[in-house]
Design a protein around this ligand. Structure first.
Ligand SMILES: *Cc1c(COP(=O)(O)O)cnc(C)c1O
Length: 395
């Protein structure tokens, strides 16, 4: 039985590929080589707490307390993450023929990206489950975020990243006291080394979707979007897709809100997964009608968070896109810096290359008529431009 304003509402974990029931309360990684998700007593939560109570709490992602996996409030590791603004982008919208374009500015989160949401939950769970060391492979922002939360929790942290990961991402992890291992390869190579380190040393491996809890933090974006829009959802959400945690997480959040009866209007947004043509495995799989993606060879993009050639949750991304009647778009790599400058110079919102790629998708989908002028379109601004000085224009 859960507690009001607290945890204890998790009923079990579940294999995403086959629905198998898996016990909560112990360390879990993958099931059948595929992700594990957290399930809650949603009927119990609906009876214990209502939207209005949630809305009176502090404006952080932990306001959705009953819907997060940590049992004991004392184990919550927080840097005040969450409740990022949804900003209207009228000049940008006008340029692309859209009347209602919005940007959710996740660059305002601790360490400058939405990775802090997932790290807040998984590091809290690492603490609750008694781990003393954690490890993560990263293509960019996850390493710094993990290092920050591990420092906050007093845990030992190991980060595996490609040698050519942007300088800020390398340095921020060292700054927060992590041991940084540079790898000649891509994030999947880092993932293998992280797992070997975890097996050999008993570290908790918090790779994207290879443990159940980062997804829970990322899903709070979905809760916030609903709450901020008066418990209804936009028509289209455009999301820069690497491993897909945010996209899959938002879809899970909408399922949970619907089950709780908290949505005023249960119409769902169409989800758009955006990648660069330099690394577009999900876009290829979506348009080929596949549920699993082929590894993308020679992945290269300035949008480092999208440089993910293979994703263990590929089928979860495909299912969410198709259920939502959404789509997947690969944008021109050479124009990503242009879109970055366009967003910042028209709206003053300084976003990194991953969300900038989303503007490329919006440009295309609006021109094709897939998005109509009067639809409410939300661009997920997952990270801050200042973490990518190499992608910003010089004087
Ligand atoms: C990690 C990251 C992404 C991709 O997120 P996934 O959950 O892996 O799909 C997009 N943008 C930024 C800025 C990121 O750091």
């Amino acid at each position: 039985m859960g507690s009001l304003d607290g945890g204890g509402w998790v009923t079990h974990l579940e294999g995403a590929i086959d629905g198998a029931k898996i016990p909560a309360g112990t360390l879990q990684t993958l099931h059948e080589g595929r992700p594990i998700v957290v399930r809650y007593d949603l009927d119990g939560i609906a009876k214990a707490v209502d939207r209005d109570r949630v809305m009176r709490r502090d404006p952080t992602m932990w306001r959705y307390r009953e819907l997060l996996p940590v049992e004991d409030n004392a184990n919550i590791v927080t840097l005040g993450e969450g409740m990022t603004p949804i900003l209207p982008a009228p000049r940008l919208g006008k340029k692309h023929g859209l009347d209602y374009l919005y940007i959710k500015d996740e660059g305002q989160l601790p360490t400058g990206s939405f990775k802090s949401r997932g790290q807040s939950t998984c590091i809290s769970m690492a603490k609750e489950l008694g781990c003393s060391a954690v490890v993560v492979p990263t293509a960019g922002n996850a390493g710094g975020a993990m290092a920050a939360y591990a420092a906050r929790a007093g845990l030992e942290a190991h980060v595996f990243m490609p040698r050519d990961t942007p300088e800020v991402n390398r340095r921020e992890a060292v700054l927060c006291g992590a041991t940084v291992h540079l790898v000649d390869g891509l994030i999947d190579d880092c993932g293998r080394l992280a797992r070997e380190g975890a097996d050999a040393n008993g570290w908790f491996d918090v790779s994207t979707l290879k443990e159940p809890y980062r997804l829970e933090g990322k899903k709070t974006m979905g809760f916030e979007i609903a709450e901020q829009l008066g418990w209804q959802l936009p028509d289209v959400i455009v999301y820069p897709t690497g491993g897909g945690t945010g996209l899959v997480g938002m879809w899970k959040a909408f399922d949970e809100l619907e089950a709780l009866g908290w949505l005023e209007d249960t119409r769902r947004p169409r989800l758009v997964a955006v990648q660069s043509e330099g690394c577009a495995p999900m876009v290829e799989a979506f348009h080929a009608g596949e549920r699993h993606a082929r590894k993308f060879e020679n992945a290269a993009t300035i949008a480092s968070g999208l440089r993910v050639p293979a994703a263990v949750g590929d089928f979860m991304i495909m299912d969410a896109l198709r259920e939502s009647r959404g789509t997947a778009v690969a944008v021109e790599e050479a124009r990503i810096r242009h879109w970055m400058t366009e967003i910042a110079s028209l709206e003053g919102i300084t976003l990194g290359p991953e969300p900038a790629a989303c503007l490329g998708a919006i440009e295309k989908l609006a021109a094709d008529g897939w998005i109509e002028a009067d639809e409410r379109v939300l661009l997920l601004g997952c990270g801050n431009a200042q973490k990518y000085p190499h992608a910003m224009p010089d004087v």
